[in-house]
Design a protein around this ligand. Structure first.
Ligand code: GP9
Ligand code: MN
Length: 714
């Protein structure tokens, strides 16, 4: 009682009243953080940041009341701000329960087509403890009415208002610096909305998102159709017509894209202590049924995996800063592979990925791309040692996806996003017995371990494909999305790959941006390793032509690699570029033959100028297309716009089963074709985890990848 009286007494001064409001809001935020959101706190430092992050913004907001002298303004304003702040917090709580994501400004204003905001179902999303979000305000109001908390008529000096505002701003700066220490480029890269909330709180996230979406909206509002014409002029002029020899050679086949996380070309054929690191992929690379490319480059920017996905599926570039998926993907118009294949050849599309759906904003982007199914971490048992930093281990991803893969209608277009071979390349001891390098650089040594593990994972999956007959009905596309070893570690890597570290320079760094690109069409006998220069931007037109689908009508920046008109100048996102002859780094031109800086002849100068101009034009037109969302003005023949509201990634398995049942004898799923028998027993894996008993199945326990903080380029 004494304690209560003390609080009542203290709260009867203006200062005490504000402290009471801030404390209550802090408590409610903690309730949301720990009972409702899943912020993925992975270390004590993050825990500390989470504890302090609501303070600066709440103080700043509630502190506005200090600028009002009269009690009849001061009190209502302080209360109103607290109520509004609670509304924002609570809406996010409800929203998170439904979408495992935070509300963006475009969702709130109804601008976004993807998330319809909260519908009639919101009542069902309430929880008994929700009363706690409101109880404090109700009690405070009652106490004010009953005059238990007394109105203090004495105004505070205006200087106190200024002092509080300045202090809160300083405190916010400290908060932001701590956040950047743990997660460099937090705001410029926008990996995941969860990150921003975790480090800066809901209020800061909302303001940040509002500024960003205002910027996007401005760009988009002023965009005109004529800007689209500039893009069309370029892409039409750049179009490379298909090579008859390859056009349609994979017609009607299933497409299986295997995204090899952080997998670089130098791994192919690499031996460590006499052992091949990736024996299976090496075989596939050289197989007579594969078209493989040894001068294929990744072209990602800060959006890393998501940029690679975007290029592969839309043949447009990522953005100069940040991730296109995260920044624009929720509201962008895409004319992407899943939609085109559905509309032109009735393909079913699906993504299998063992990380949470909100990472890189995939849950929203995939809808805009027309993906029909998205099997994210929630579809797998990711408990215990089944997952590592970025989610389910690869061997388990491939194996546990069979349950869903076998029920997809054929032909299908599916993408496997692997994760285990990701920085910092952690792997449990039980998952490997590969004897790796001893470079003293743990990152380099571990990289070979996880790459070896990935190789085995793909091998096991291939065995399954062969056993079930899927293999010969499919074209399998394998590619590395970007580097795993960053430039700062390349010198340590040099030793391991038998190169001289003292001789290492920017030219060598650029050459290491090669990643494998293998198109495996089982049954073909004319495969080869091509030395043509190409990049991720070229995959979509290449693949579509193999499937016998013309691409002339679409806006695509890449060109079919098999075409005689294929453009071999590969643009990097920072405007550097490589061609079969030159490598351009920050304007310096190296000879690919000698690896040395070149003195250019007149003719070479002219060629370099042409290449440079093309790279710059291409990147800037791609940016204008995406930043201004110009594809909304473009209606290629037969392309039906995607309405993301028609897509929903809940209950995917039931959805598959419903379609199977509806189609009955016409069902083309592997399961139906197999006499309604499961093919899971055709899957063999040596993954030790499947023999473990785990107590809590289907719980996402993925830790966020914050170990990456020692390298801001990741
Ligand atoms: C996360 C995975 C990794 O889901 O795709 O993304 P990255 O860090 O490589 O961009
Ligand atoms: Mn990646």
């Amino acid at each position: 009682m004494k304690f209560v009286n003390m609080i009542l007494e203290k709260s009867s001064t203006r200062k005490g009243f504000l402290i009471l409001l801030v404390t209550c809001f802090w408590l409610k935020t903690m309730l949301a953080y720990f009972a409702d959101f899943r912020l993925g706190i992975t270390n004590p430092f993050q825990f500390l940041i989470v504890l302090i992050n609501p303070l600066a913004t709440t103080g700043l907001l509630v502190g506005i009341a200090l600028y009002f002298k009269r009690a009849r303004f001061f009190y209502p304003i302080a209360l109103l701000i607290s109520i509004l702040n609670t509304v924002l917090l609570y809406l996010n709580v409800i929203y998170f329960r439904e979408f495992t994501d935070f509300m963006t400004v475009s969702t709130m204003t109804g601008y976004s087509k993807v998330n319809q905001g909260l519908s009639g179902s919101s009542l069902a999303l309430t929880n008994i403890h929700d009363i706690l979000y409101w109880l404090d305000l109700i009690i405070i109001l009652i106490l004010l009415v009953l005059k238990k908390i007394k109105i203090d008529p004495r105004p505070l000096n205006r200087r106190i208002g200024l002092a509080v505002t300045s202090f809160c701003m300083l405190f916010f700066t400290i908060n932001l610096s701590l956040a950047e220490m743990d997660r460099p480029q937090l705001l410029s890269r926008t990996f995941d909305r969860t990150y921003v909330v975790k480090y800066l709180g809901i209020d800061a996230f909302t303001v940040y998102d509002a500024v960003k979406s205002q910027h996007n909206n401005d760009l988009r509002a002023t965009a005109t159709k004529s800007e689209l014409n500039d893009v069309l002029k370029f892409t039409n002029g750049h179009y490379a017509k298909p090579n008859k020899k390859y056009y349609g050679i994979a017609k009607g086949k299933n497409v299986i894209i295997i995204h090899l996380e952080s997998f670089q070309q130098f791994l192919i054929g690499q031996k460590i202590n006499g052992q091949e690191v990736t024996p299976f992929l090496n075989k596939l690379y050289r197989s007579k049924s594969s078209y493989a490319f040894k001068n294929f480059f990744h072209q990602v920017g800060q959006g890393k995996t998501s940029d690679a996905e975007n290029m592969l599926e839309t043949s447009t570039y990522g953005l100069p800063q940040g991730s296109l998926f995260a920044q624009l993907g929720s509201d962008n118009t895409f004319q992407a592979a899943p939609a085109i294949l559905k509309q032109r050849r009735d393909y079913t599309s699906a993504v299998f990925h063992g990380n949470i759906a909100s990472f890189w904003n995939r849950n929203n982007v995939y809808k805009n791309m027309g993906y029909q199914y998205f099997f994210d971490a929630s579809y797998y048992d990711t408990s215990g040692d089944r997952s590592l930093g970025y989610g389910l281990k690869d061997k388990l991803l491939f194996r546990d996806s069979v349950k869903y893969l076998q029920n997809l209608q054929q032909p299908f277009y599916v993408k496997y996003l692997t994760v285990t071979n990701h920085f910092p390349f952690d792997l449990d001891k039980e998952d490997t017995n590969f004897k790796t390098t001893d470079t003293q650089d743990e990152v380099v040594d571990n990289y070979f371990l996880t790459a070896h593990y990935l190789d085995q994972s793909v091998h096991e999956f291939y065995n399954y494909l062969r056993k079930t007959g899927l293999l010969k009905k499919s074209v399998i596309v394998l590619y590395g999305d970007h580097y795993g070893i960053s430039d700062s570690e390349n010198k340590n890597l040099a030793k391991a790959i038998h190169r001289d570290p003292d001789d290492w320079d920017d030219f060598d760094n650029a050459q290491l941006q090669r990643v494998p690109f293998i198109i495996n069409i089982p049954g073909r006998k004319d495969g080869y390793v091509s030395s043509k220069y190409a990049g991720e931007i070229d995959v979509l037109p290449t693949l579509m032509h193999l499937l016998g689908i013309s691409t002339k009508r679409y806006v695509q920046f890449g060109t079919d690699i098999f075409s005689n008109q294929h453009d071999q100048v590969v643009a990097f996102r920072n405007q550097d570029w490589v061609s079969p002859t030159f490598t351009s780094i920050s304007g310096d031109i190296y000879s690919n033959r000698t690896g040395q800086l070149m003195k250019l002849s007149k003719r070479q100068q002219a060629q370099v100028k042409v290449n440079k101009k093309r790279v710059q034009t291409e990147l800037s037109l791609s940016d204008s297309l995406n930043e201004k969302n110009l594809l909304r003005f473009y209606h290629p023949k037969g392309f039906e716009s995607i309405d993301p509201r028609k897509y929903n990634y809940a209950n995917e398995y039931q959805k598959e089963k419903r379609i199977e049942a509806k189609r009955g004898k016409q069902s083309t799923s592997l399961f139906s074709k197999n006499g309604n028998r499961s093919t899971i027993k055709d899957y063999t894996t040596d993954a030790p985890e499947i023999h473990h008993k785990s107590s809590d199945t289907n719980r996402i326990k993925i830790t966020n990848p914050d170990a990456t903080n020692n390298d801001s380029s990741r």
